[in-house]
Design a binder for this molecule. Structure first.
Ligand SMILES: Nc1ncnc2c1ncn2[C@@H]1O[C@H](COP(=O)(O)OP(=O)(O)OP(=O)(O)O)[C@@H](O)[C@H]1O
Length: 281
């Protein structure tokens, strides 16, 4: 599925006087099938709002989303949600459901109204739980799992409908580092093996380096930059958009490379007063 946004912009009615446009420049991008785009920006920059506008959960006040060249507004919503998986930010919601019930709800576009999920739907839910590595939680109540486990279940819920596109709002934000890696690798695998396109909001520059073909960076007064990850995520751009100095680090082994960015402010001054000359050799 190809997703395009043409001249998109938005405002919240309540805040229209102060912010007649949430984005200082209109949003334009094209995401080809199997590509991953990361959206980065400071808190409040409008990343969640952008995901909602892209998927039609909110209506752009200006511009539009095109799906395979057709305006999203002209598409049948039920058909669209068979093709698009949306993972919202996980809040501790009070669910009376078990994890497998939550996940099988992802099959809803395929289940006729009032019908019970079939054995095939249940099997799809278990496969999705297994893919994410939380099949053992299937029977647990959503009230009893941790925020991170709930986040994983929400991701599994989108996978049961075999989406062509995954839209993920900070999917790694409540997860420990091992589960973050599981999620990032799963997203990459889904894009490479199944050709699923992904749009992911993240606060982690190194996750964008790992995953993204393209990056869209936004900050209220700075506007929007969009391009490939190397073009957009430079030290000077990060300083401009986030107001802090981030240093790009490349860790290399023979045939292995990790790119990341670390905040310079978290370093400490080195004290060389007790070092002997030989220590520097
Ligand atoms: N329903 C709403 N009504 C009015 N203003 C809203 C509403 N939802 C969000 N906003 C405001 O719009 C701006 C963008 O919010 P949004 O949640 O899209 O930002 P974000 O970049 O995703 O933030 P974060 O990184 O903190 O999750 C914020 O200033 C927010 O307070």
């Amino acid at each position: 599925m190809k997703i395009e946004v043409v001249d998109g912009n938005y405002y919240y009615e309540k805040r229209r006087k102060k912010f007649p446009q949430l984005y200082a420049r209109d949003i334009n991008f094209t995401l080809a099938p199997g590509e991953i785009m990361a959206i980065l920006g400071p808190n409040g920059a409008g990343k969640t709002t952008m995901l909602k506008c892209i998927t039609g959960l909110l209506e752009w006040k200006k511009g539009m989303t095109l799906i395979d060249g057709k305006p999203l507004a002209t598409l049948d919503r039920k058909e669209l949600w068979k093709r698009v998986g949306y993972v919202p930010q996980a809040h501790k919601m009070v669910f009376g459901f078990s994890v497998e019930e939550l996940v099988v709800m992802g099959r809803a576009p395929f289940i006729s109204t009032l019908a019970q999920p079939s054995a095939k739907d249940m099997e799809a839910a278990h496969v999705a739980l297994d893919t994410i590595g939380i099949l053992h939680l299937a029977k647990k109540s959503c009230n009893e799992v941790s925020g991170g486990e709930l986040q994983l279940a929400l991701i599994a819920r989108t996978l049961v409908s075999n989406p062509e596109v995954l839209i993920l709002d900070e999917p790694e934000s409540h997860l420990d580092i091992q589960k973050q890696i599981v999620i990032l690798q799963t997203i990459k695998h889904l894009s490479q093996e199944r050709g699923i396109s992904c749009i992911i909001n993240t606060h982690y520059p190194n996750h964008a380096f790992y995953l993204a073909d393209q990056v869209l960076m936004t900050a209220k007064e700075k506007g929007i930059i969009y391009g490939n990850v190397q073009e957009v995520m430079t030290e000077s751009r990060m300083k401009e958009f986030f107001g802090i100095e981030l240093k790009k680090i490349i860790y290399e082994e023979e045939d292995y490379l990790v790119e990341t960015m670390v905040p310079r402010a978290l370093g400490t001054e080195r004290d060389f007063s007790n070092c002997r000359f030989n220590d520097f050799q």
